[in-house]
Design a protein around this ligand. Structure first.
Ligand SMILES: Nc1ncnc2c1ncn2[C@@H]1O[C@H](COP(=O)(O)OP(=O)(O)OP(=O)(O)O)[C@@H](O)[C@H]1O
Ligand SMILES: *[C@@H]1O[C@H](CO)[C@@H](O)[C@H](O)[C@H]1NC(C)=O
Ligand SMILES: *[C@@H]1O[C@H](CO)[C@@H](O)[C@H](O)[C@H]1NC(C)=O
Ligand SMILES: *[C@@H]1O[C@H](CO)[C@@H](O)[C@H](O)[C@H]1NC(C)=O
Ligand SMILES: *[C@@H]1O[C@H](CO)[C@@H](O)[C@H](O)[C@H]1NC(C)=O
Ligand SMILES: *[C@@H]1O[C@H](CO)[C@@H](O)[C@H](O)[C@H]1NC(C)=O
Ligand SMILES: [Mg+2]
Length: 591
């Protein structure tokens, strides 16, 4: 029976698929339904809500979050607030032109607000607050003459408020607080009725609404041309504001992420009890290169004994257990709950690649256990724990030299992934909790390749939700596209974290409206960048610090092209940070 199934699985699947296709043809989904399916395609993670949206339904009216007009079956309400949805909003939203309420607030949407929303002229309520939308407010929003509520507060929107919004004659509630908007608030139109609480937390706005005189470049005191963000960057003071606005965007995101991570960690903990269940239903062990000198049976038996007591950590991808074998060897077991059938073979091929990568500065993946419900990855256990703990929980553990050593090790590990692996690997989640330390405080990069694996698997977990915001390059936050240069940026943030002993989104930065990169940029303008160093560190050579800072500064450049490659970083670190002083050099060559 089992064999039969496997043999026929291929063709069977094909027939099933074509059958679905036929059914689809027979009673095809309404245009609104198609628009929503396309909308879902762009969403790269969620709490599972959208899985219930079935393209084979005749219309989307029973889908969660969707409400239709009972006669026309057109979508009139789309309410997806607070479901951890992450991704850009598809322009297909403009096809829902009977939409009255669109509520997407409190999610992780990013990218631009689609101008196609201007097509939904029956909209009465548009709730986009508490996301990561960036770019300008589309002028087309001004076409929504029925709009009563427009809440786009707490995003990363920039540019000026379009004058077209003055045409929104039905507007009763309006909130653009906590963005990076700038320029004059349009003063001829309905926006006049709104006061300071509508515009809070936008450093660049001016106008009578908020009792802030507008000074344009000619010295004239009002104006309402939508000049975008061009009117920044006249003098260095303004430049600083614009710089901090960009990092401010990062920061906003980081703030919200605290909350997200917290939830995530809690979720991770919940699955601890399932481990014995995981392996009971027929699990198999795959070992790489004879890296695990045990029989599958022994390992599975051991796995069955693991429970919450053995949990050593939980992250965006799952729970980590300590796995102690009877011969005294210890491993770390990462449990990733399977969310999606069917991608197994892809997943396994990728794991095979990850397992084949061996390097002194990378955490070794020795094998994995394949069970019906989860993937259990078996890694070397690193007794020094994570760099995150070493820096922030056990202060004084790492002195200056140890810190430099960790930075160099992490750089070498990452450079290997970028330049010496085939295929090349983008880490995508460089941060201090993914740099582990062995017993001698040597760094090892962990979790490489996992982010991609899980993203491609459409398991709806990505690094963006996994909680890494302080480390993410600005262009990565905009596009969601990882490159080697986004890794380099994260590495630069990591260097700053190690030098300063502060988390990238430490409260002391947030108080100033900055994150660690913003703080660095501020110190640079004041020529005080050396002050970033951790006061716990002693015996720091100014030249070494300067060289290290110079590397970090290049890495966190906002333009990807200006960032060095990891190869270059390693070279620079070796020649300028690790070079012995000239006198040492003489000593060692003279004998
Ligand atoms: N190989 C290992 N050896 C020792 N401890 C480990 C190992 N792997 C993970 N840990 C511990 O488990 C914790 C959680 O790891 P995990 O990778 O699941 O989460 P994370 O690194 O915080 O976030 P992310 O899921 O984004 O990687 C780590 O911070 C570390 O303390
Ligand atoms: C959307 O749903 C949330 C919670 O389910 C609710 O608080 C909110 O008012 C709804 N929004 C609209 C426009 O119905
Ligand atoms: C805008 O709405 C019209 C119908 O009112 C529709 O034909 C068109 O495709 C929509 N445009 C976009 C960009 O969705
Ligand atoms: C919508 O707004 C844009 C720009 O503000 C304008 O060019 C367009 O004609 C408007 N469309 C409609 C249907 O009013
Ligand atoms: C706008 O949103 C901000 C932040 O959420 C809030 O503090 C403010 O009171 C809101 N203003 C109005 C007018 O609702
Ligand atoms: C600025 O104001 C002065 C008079 O106050 C006027 O002559 C000039 O044309 C104005 N410039 C612009 C660009 O509006
Ligand atoms: Mg990790």
């Amino acid at each position: 029976m089992g064999i039969l199934l496997t043999v026929f699985q291929g063709p069977l699947l094909f027939y099933l698929l074509s059958l679905c296709f036929l059914v689809d043809k027979l009673q095809s989904l309404t245009s609104d339904g198609e628009a929503l399916v396309n909308f879902r395609t762009n969403i790269i993670s969620s709490d599972g809500l959208l899985r219930q949206w079935r393209p084979e339904d005749p219309d989307p009216c029973e889908w969660k979050g969707v409400t239709c007009d009972s006669k026309t079956k057109r979508v009139v309400y789309l309410n997806l607030s607070n479901h951890k949805l992450s991704g850009p909003i598809s322009s297909d939203i403009g096809r829902l032109d009977r939409l009255k309420f669109l509520d997407l607030h409190y999610n992780n949407f990013y990218g631009a607000i689609p101008p196609e929303l201007g097509n939904c002229t029956e909209l009465q309520g548009l709730f986009l607050q508490n996301n990561y939308f960036s770019g300008m407010i589309p002028t087309e929003i001004g076409n929504l003459s029925n709009l009563q509520t427009l809440d786009i507060s707490s995003n990363s929107l920039s540019g000026s408020i379009p004058t077209s919004l003055g045409n929104l004659r039905s507007l009763l509630n309006f909130n653009v607080s906590n963005n990076f908007l700038s320029g004059p608030i349009p003063s001829d139109g309905v926006l006049d009725q709104f006061g300071t609480t509508t515009f809070l937390g936008n450093r660049g706005l001016c106008g009578k609404h908020i009792n802030q005189l507008c000074k344009d470049d000619d010295g004239n005191s009002t104006g309402s041309q939508p000049t975008g963000s061009q009117n920044v960057k006249k003098n260095s003071g303004r430049l600083l504001i614009s710089a901090s606005a960009t990092v401010g965007a990062l920061l906003l995101v980081a703030l919200m992420c605290f909350w997200g991570c917290f939830l995530y960690k809690k979720l991770g903990k919940n699955d601890a009890k399932g481990l014995a269940v995981d392996v009971s239903g027929g699990a198999s062990i795959v070992m790489f290169h004879g890296d695990l000198p045990y029989s599958s049976k022994d390992i599975i038996k051991k796995l069955e004994t693991l429970n919450e007591e053995h949990v050593i950590g939980a992250g965006g991808f799952g729970t980590v257990y300590k796995l102690s074998m009877d011969d005294g060897n210890v491993f770390a077991l990462k449990r990733i709950v399977k969310l999606n059938e069917g991608f197994d073979r892809f997943f396994e091929r990728e794991l095979e690649i990850l397992g084949s990568i061996k390097h002194r500065y990378l955490v070794n993946l020795r094998g994995y256990c394949n069970s019906p419900t989860s993937k259990l990855l078996i890694y070397d256990y690193l007794s020094g724990g994570s760099l995150d703990e070493a820096l922030h929980e056990k202060t004084d553990l790492l002195d200056w030299d140890a810190r430099i050593n960790v930075i160099v090790g992490a750089a070498k590990g990452l450079a290997y992934l970028h330049h010496d692996c085939s295929p090349r690997i983008i880490h995508r989640d460089i941060k201090s909790s993914n740099i582990l330390l062995d017993g001698n405080f040597e760094a090892r990069v962990s979790d490489f390749g996992l982010a991609k694996l899980l993203e491609d698997e459409e398991s709806h977990i990505t690094t963006i939700v996994a909680g890494t915001f302080g480390y993410l390059a600005p262009e990565y936050m905009q596009s969601g596209r990882a490159t080697e240069k986004t890794d380099v940026y994260s590495f630069g943030v990591l260097v700053l974290e190690v030098i300063s002993g502060k988390r990238p989104t430490d409260a002391s930065f947030i108080e100033k409206g900055l994150n660690i990169v913003g703080w660095l940029n501020y110190l640079i303008t004041e020529d005080r960048q050396r002050e970033i160093i951790d006061t716990n560190c002693e015996g720091v050579e100014p030249e070494t610090l300067d060289a290290l800072l110079s590397v970090a500064i290049q890495c966190v450049s906002s333009t990807p092209e200006d960032r060095p490659t990891m190869h270059r970083v390693v070279q620079t670190l070796e020649s300028e940070v690790m070079t012995p002083c000239p006198s040492d050099f003489y000593d060692s060559t003279s004998d």
